[in-house]
Design a protein around this ligand. Structure first.
Ligand code: NAP
Length: 597
């Protein structure tokens, strides 16, 4: 066990380093697909769940395994489908109009695999135990190699995300790796009953399929949170099943520690992610809920859980304490997310992604399943890196996000922000047409308001019209514009904007002084010059899109109200800035019609 643990730890650490190198190469353009891709890959918890559901441990284990199979297969199917839907939308200018169709011949793979599977099961059942080169021995050996190949395919899949050109092919490899791991696991020597496995795989597959194909792109953050909660629930249930199974015969300290970590991280990620999904979907109040002594209570609760686990490591048979730990971890997950504002949810989701990876890796340690240790480590690294990137781009610390209740805009801040501090020029779409008559270059700056107004198609139509008039159009994408990493990229890709027209902040900033118009569509904080000029501003130090250096600036928003940071924007008082007030979609429609006529 100790040698196994040692090997497992080496694998965990090395996979983390590998994940770091692969994931840092993923461009911000593909950060949203990266989140759903790691989500799908972390559905590898399915293989541990399959064994528990199919082995004849106990009725309770079978029931818990069945739920875990359903949850994990929902993630696998839903995760790969939605990632593919997103990746299909990313096109270069020369690829526009070319439909990337699904090749129906690929569907043939499934009946072929089903037949192969049935033949192998038959062979396995017949020669399972009685020859020296038994089916059981062969399948266990084959399984090990299946897992190694699958792990390689997962890493290649993530590596593919370093460019939109190879991303889909990469994800196809990863999906194939997942299929290999699942099919291989079905021959696991301990699986004796396929009834609950089949029901779980089918129901999870159907739910995941519907989610993956139907969910609108704007709901991707809550879907991601929901699938983290399903993955974490699977890990937690398998941990409970393993505890119940082994406690009667005795648990050594290593096994107890890994099971304890699995259920604690799994349970808190489960409720935390559910809470995040509820807030993002608007089912729960989005604003942070804070009260006196909140951080003290949370830290005390966490310390109690850790203390109880340490006790349990020495006295594993204290079954009641084990379930108290599960309950407290569930409560801790809720309390952890309550004080975080809806707008900070993306950071939290990325962190929960990372916790989900850790829960998956702990499940790998409990079952001594190396592929789960690898994918858990990859998932953990990806989530952690994304949350750090987001915090850095917002000029905030992770501690501030987690304990600062930042998404809460104090009333006096909002009032202050709406106080006029100078004159603001407003303009109508008709007046703007005169300005557009003489321009040669326009930089479009989308922000969260574009997502709210669903104005991406209007933006794309306007850009096409400008291009036909010989005007150069570029899009400036700030790394934290919107409410999740790569939010703007996905929406613009959905509106068929070629990704080679999208420029990152570092690429576009030198172009602003040459631009005739910076057209800001529902962006606010990411354009606020106070981030450069005002040391007292909460935004000070955050790198911004330097729209104020363009020859003129047009801002499409409904009012002068602040954005996510709750900070007034000095840009609107700049003499070369003009405000086109109103819903961004409607304003764009009016502008388009005025330009056409
Ligand atoms: P923002 O600063 O939140 O501003 C969005 C603006 O959109 C608002 O000022 C709002 O003004 C306007 N708006 C809302 N609905 C609109 C509509 N229907 N039509 C037109 N305008 C509308 O957005 P941002 O500039 O994209 O900056 C993102 C912020 O979110 C940053 O502070 C960032 O740190 C934070 N954040 C981002 C992420 C991420 O991963 N992307 C994660 C966490 C936090 P009106 O109300 O006046 O219309």
């Amino acid at each position: 066990m100790t040698t196994e643990l040692e090997i497992g730890l080496y694998i965990f650490i090395l996979a983390g380093f590998l994940g770091y190198h692969v994931i840092t190469r993923v461009p911000p353009l593909l950060h949203t697909p990266l989140m759903s891709a790691t989500n799908a890959i972390s559905g590898i918890s399915l293989i541990g769940s399959l064994v528990v559901a199919g082995a004849n441990y106990s009725r309770l284990s079978t029931a818990l395994g069945f739920i875990a199979v359903t949850c994990s297969s929902t993630n696998v199917v839903g995760g790969f489908l939605i990632t593919d839907r997103m990746l299909k939308m990313f096109k270069r200018r020369d690829e526009l109009g070319i439909q990337r169709r699904f090749n129906p011949k690929l569907l043939l793979a499934f009946p072929v695999l089903a037949v192969v599977f049935l033949v192998l099961i038959r062979w396995f059942r017949r020669y399972g135990t009685d020859t020296q080169l038994s089916g059981a021995a062969l399948s266990a050996t084959a399984l090990r190699y299946f897992y190694i190949v699958s792990a390689v395919l997962f890493i290649l899949g993530l590596k593919g995300l370093s460019s939109p050109k190879y991303a889909r092919k990469g994800m196809f490899l990863a999906a194939f790796g997942m299929l290999m791991a699942i099919v291989g696991t079905l021959f696991h020597p301990e699986i004796v009953n396929y009834r609950w496995i089949t029901v779980g795989l089918l129901s999870g597959g159907i739910v995941g399929g519907i989610m993956g194909l139907q969910i609108p792109m704007t709901a991707v953050p809550q879907r991601t949170a929901l699938s983290h909660s399903l993955g974490a629930l699977a890990a937690s249930l398998i941990g409970i099943s393993e505890y119940v199974r082994h406690v009667a015969v005795g648990l050594d300290s290593v096994k107890m520690t890994t099971i304890g970590l699995e259920v604690i991280i799994g349970s808190l990620t489960f409720t935390g992610s559910l809470m995040a999904a509820g807030k993002l979907q608007g089912l729960l109040p989005g604003a942070p809920i804070t009260y006196r002594g909140q951080n003290v209570l949370n830290i005390t609760l966490l310390a109690t859980v850790v203390g109880a686990l340490i006790y349990l490591v020495f006295v594993p048979s204290t079954t009641t304490l084990f379930f108290v730990i599960v309950g407290l971890a569930l409560l801790f997950g809720l309390l952890l997310v309550i004080p975080i504002g809806a707008a900070d949810m993306p950071v939290v989701i990325a962190l929960l992604n990372s916790y989900g990876g850790l829960a998956d890796a702990s499940m790998g340690f409990v079952l001594m399943n190396k592929i789960q240790i690898i994918t858990g480590s990859l998932d953990g690294t990806s989530g952690f890196l994304l949350s750090l990137l987001m915090c850095r781009a917002m000029n905030r610390s992770a501690v501030n996000v987690l304990f600062g209740a930042f998404g809460k805009v104090e009333p006096e801040q909002a009032d202050q922000a709406t106080d006029a501090r100078g004159s603001v020029r407003s303009i109508t779409p008709e007046e703007l047409t005169v300005l557009f008559d003489s321009v040669r270059s326009v930089i479009i700056v989308p922000g969260y308001g574009m997502a709210v107004a669903q104005a991406q198609h209007g933006v794309s139509e306007l850009a096409k019209l400008l291009l036909t008039r010989g005007i150069d159009v570029k899009y400036a994408i700030h790394p934290v514009a919107g409410r999740m990493p790569g939010h703007m990229n996905v929406l613009l890709a959905e509106a068929s904007v070629p990704y080679d027209q999208l420029y990152t902040m570092e690429q576009i900033n030198p172009y602003f002084p040459e631009a005739d118009i910076a057209l800001v569509v529902g962006a606010n904080d990411v354009t606020n010059p106070a981030a450069k000029n005002n040391r007292n501003s909460p935004l000070y130090g955050m790198p911004i899109l330097e729209v104020d250096r363009a020859k003129s600036v047009i801002v499409l928003k409904r009012s002068l109200r602040p954005g996510f940071a709750g900070v007034d924007n000095d840009l609107y008082y700049d003499p070369k800035c003009m405000m086109l007030f109103g819903d961004a979609k409607e304003s764009l429609n009016h502008l388009f019609a005025a330009l056409k006529s």
